[in-house]
Design a protein around this ligand. Structure first.
Ligand code: DLZ
Length: 209
């Protein structure tokens, strides 16, 4: 039976001209790794080039809004200077690039005639994905961090006009987190949906000016 949940069927968008950032927290690393891998898998499947995916990490979810905001601004400066800076080239990754290469779609390995060297696109990020996992504990920390982070991320996307995909899982226990990262039987990796959403928004945004 088809589930009512989820983003529904959408047109397939071509991500080959996009530059996307994934900014993730390190708290609850096992779940985070699976979500980041899912997002990357989706980006690659929709044609985003490996070289145009920038991954950066921060300690916890609370740090995500500032990191997303500053990284976007850095990417705008890079675009105007036509140079990649350390702000976005420091790829701190939970995953090895060898295994990621296996996830690339066949289209990925073909050379783009307009970019024969497959050099990274030095343009401001087309979209950004903020990923964090908040697991409810015994104190009020969860509520405060969830509230501040959600509002912070919304503020960044409205203030800067860059799509910020909301990859913040707020779960009651580890099992719920694992299920939403596709780590248990019958679970589904939400990271894949976030990658797809980033490509859709990155493409549509161009038309929105
Ligand atoms: C402090 C804290 C707690 C209790 N729980 C989480 C969590 O479940 N997920 C997460 O991403 N971060 C957590 N943090 C860390 C905060 O987000 C932040 O990194 C610290 O308070 C330092 O600002």
């Amino acid at each position: 039976m088809t589930s009512l949940k989820g983003p529904g069927e959408a047109q397939v968008h071509d991500g080959s001209k996009l530059r996307i950032a994934i900014v993730h927290a390190r708290w609850n690393t096992t779940i985070i790794s699976a979500l980041v891998a899912g997002a990357r898998k989706s980006l690659l499947a929709f044609g985003v080039r490996e070289e145009n995916i920038v991954v950066q990490d921060v300690p916890g979810s609370y740090e995500l809004p500032l990191a997303v905001s500053r990284m976007y601004t850095a990417s705008q400066v890079e675009s105007s200077n036509n140079t990649i800076s350390s702000a976005t080239s420091a790829v701190t990754d939970l995953l090895s690039s060898t295994s990621l290469a296996d996830l690339a779609s066949p289209q990925q390995s073909e050379k783009d005639p307009s970019n024969p060297s497959n050099a990274p696109l030095i343009q401001p990020f087309s979209a950004m994905i903020a990923i964090g996992v908040l697991i409810k504990g015994e104190t009020m920390h969860f509520e405060y961090i969830a509230d501040a982070t959600s509002h912070g991320l919304m503020r960044v996307q409205l203030d800067l006009g860059v799509p910020v995909i909301f990859g913040l899982l707020t779960v009651l226990d580890e099992e719920q987190g694992k299920a939403r990262a596709g780590l248990v039987e019958g679970g589904h990796c939400h990271g894949e949906d976030w990658g797809r959403a980033a490509v859709e928004l990155g493409v549509k945004r161009v038309g929105w000016g």
